[in-house]
Ligand binder design. Structure first.
Ligand code: BT5
Length: 324
């Protein structure tokens, strides 16, 4: 599949501004014209703009914008985060690459960015849909001197940072759904995955995976995601400069991470609660042990979700999926 796509792109590269007919392309890559048309549609989903003219064929008028390392470096306002960037065109998961780098001793702040993930991961072995050239799929290696049980707080630090970056870039105010979803109008725009390498009393590294739907159109999502997912482009009607957003996110994470290391979780908790969607609402927490229905009261100083059940008993939730 990708081999055919490559040959198709090579043909367009060589033809410059000239049109290539469907039949020519079909002969070239050895498939039917319908198959060519399907490949062209796939290219469009990846952000290529193709002009199609009857009797002439196709030509590429605009190629998708790629994130380049230099673009991210230029104007980067951080001291540690993003000082080392591993840029990849296609990976199975940036988390996996970051884990290997961290085991090899990569310094704190090392970032892995990919244009596409073929096996992007969510929590609990779920998958994260990560199509090419349109999203921000990145993992950040942190090495905080903290006790391992504090690591989940970094998910909340990151969520606040991403919300602030988006607010600043596109002037919309996303909301956070505990613990790791960032929503716009109830639809998921960003997911965060925090993975920990630790010994019993010290953290070796925390790998924070961030997936931001930036420039996807609704049609590219698989059907099961179309009603629950959204992107910044869908919400704002504008194409997002992904390199700019990456820089802003890294700057916000670095700032809040420093606040967190110096002052503890409390200032983060206040910010987090100001963006939270569920506080004060009746929610269902789906957990391995079963479901809990109750009112979301807020989060504890540890970052756990406090819920009051119908009998007035308060429960602390450390790991769950929330339905509002
Ligand atoms: C998450 O998991 O939300 C964490 C996602 C983290 C993704 C980043 S991308 C960079 C790094 N490398 C990785 O491999 N992962 C991280 P969870 O809360 O389990 O949500 C997963 C669920 O979200 C799926 O089961 C789908 O229902 C939904 N989903 C999948 N892809 C989506 C997308 N692109 N946009 C919105 N929702 C999506």
């Amino acid at each position: 599949q990708s081999e055919l796509r490559k040959r198709l792109l090579d043909a367009f590269t060589n033809s410059g501004d000239d049109f290539l007919s469907g039949q020519y392309l079909a002969d070239l890559i050895g498939c039917t014209r319908t198959a060519v048309w399907k490949h062209i549609e796939e290219l469009r989903k990846e952000g290529f703009e193709l002009e199609a003219v009857r009797r002439k064929g196709y030509r590429i008028v605009k190629v998708p914008e790629k994130i380049t390392e230099n673009e991210v470096r230029l104007g980067l306002m951080t001291k540690r985060l993003g000082q080392h960037i591993h840029y990849e065109e296609s990976v199975d998961s940036t988390q996996k690459i970051a884990l290997q780098l961290s085991l090899d001793g990569a310094p704190e702040g090392t970032v892995v960015i990919a244009e596409e993930q073929t096996n992007g991961r969510g929590r609990m072995a779920r998958t994260w849909f990560s199509p090419k050239y349109t999203g921000i799929w990145m993992s950040v290696i942190l090495r905080p001197q903290l006790l391992p049980h504090k690591a989940p707080q970094l998910t909340l630090v990151t969520a606040v940072a991403v919300v602030q970056a988006i607010e600043e870039l596109v002037s919309i105010k996303p909301q956070i759904k505990w613990p790791n979803d960032i929503l716009i109008d109830g639809k998921k725009m960003t997911g965060i995955l925090t993975e920990l390498q630790a010994e019993s009393d010290r953290i070796n590294s925390v790998i924070i995976g961030i997936g931001i739907n930036a420039n996807q159109e609704l049609e590219v999502y698989p059907e099961e995601l179309q009603s629950i997912a959204t992107s910044l482009r869908i919400e704002t009607g504008k194409t997002i400069n992904r390199a700019e957003l990456i820089k802003l996110v890294l700057a916000k994470i670095e700032h809040l991470y420093d606040v967190y290391l110096q002052e503890g979780f409390y200032p983060i908790k206040l910010l987090w609660e100001s963006y939270a969607v569920s506080i004060g609402k009746m929610i269902t927490a789906r957990m391995l042990q079963g479901n809990l229905y109750g009112k979301a009261l807020g989060i504890t100083d540890d970052g756990a979700l406090m819920m009051e059940d119908e009998l007035g008993k308060v429960h602390l939730v450390y790991s769950a999926d929330i339905e509002i």
